[in-house]
Design a protein around this ligand. Sequence first.
Ligand code: SF4
Ligand SMILES: [Zn+2]
Length: 283
Amino acid sequence: MEAERTAAGTVEDVLTVFLTNRECPYTCLMCDLWTHTLDHSVEPGQVLEQVDYAIASTPGVRHIKLYNAGNFLDRRAIPASDRDALAGRLAGFDSVIIENHPRMCSEDLRAFQDGLSGELEVAMGLETVHPEVLPRLNKQMTLDDFALAAERLQDWGIHARAFVLLGLPWTPAGEFGKWAERSVAFARGAGCRVVAVIPTRAGNGAMDHLAATGAFQEPTLRQLEDVQEALLPGPGRTFVDLWDAERFASCDTCRDARIERMGAINHGQTVLPTVACLECHAG
Ligand code: SF4
Ligand SMILES: [Zn+2]
């Protein structure tokens, strides 16, 4: 469970369900989601069981994210036969957020939306607008693909959310913020009403190899703070991803207070006073 600022401006609980199923067919360079996937497709009905269990464990929540470490419309991950039933299970939610690759955003999303009573939002990885880095991420997508997908979603009355990376391989650390900001601007221009900035991590093998050769370094907590400040206020809502954010900090004294501040900024969408630290002189 996490709390997130909604389109209505309130901060509400969101049930995030990480569905266990088959690995995503795209093998993006920076992705570590495959580490929690199965080697085989799940049987029809098993995704429903997972969702039923999650919903029953958290009564009263009005917003739900279904993240499947891949793409919602990947039939090898979520059987097509489960989708209609899934929409019925989600009928009580005000909003449903799923993730999908831009090139997989077909009319099937429309059909899924028709079965919902609340609104549907599709989260898509933009990652970066860097013209040399995006093709090398193996995302198998162009910026036009992303923009077209976002446009189609909006034509269908479906909201779009984007994931943007902070920290790119083959890019100087001093340019991390610039490229994240440009990428967020592109996502906003494409109509995404939410953009989540995710600090890129080593840990999936490929990124560790790049780090060992000097082609990649993780961003710092300071860079995450800076980009958050630079991107607010909107348009739309902009969040920085704080999962495991401790690893990006270099000062144990102010680390927790700074992460807490970023969480508060995520909720309020307003920049707050910086945290002063006598140890590292942050602030
Ligand atoms: S499309 Fe998404 S889930 Fe699939 S490999 Fe790329 S980043 Fe990972
Ligand atoms: Zn400090």
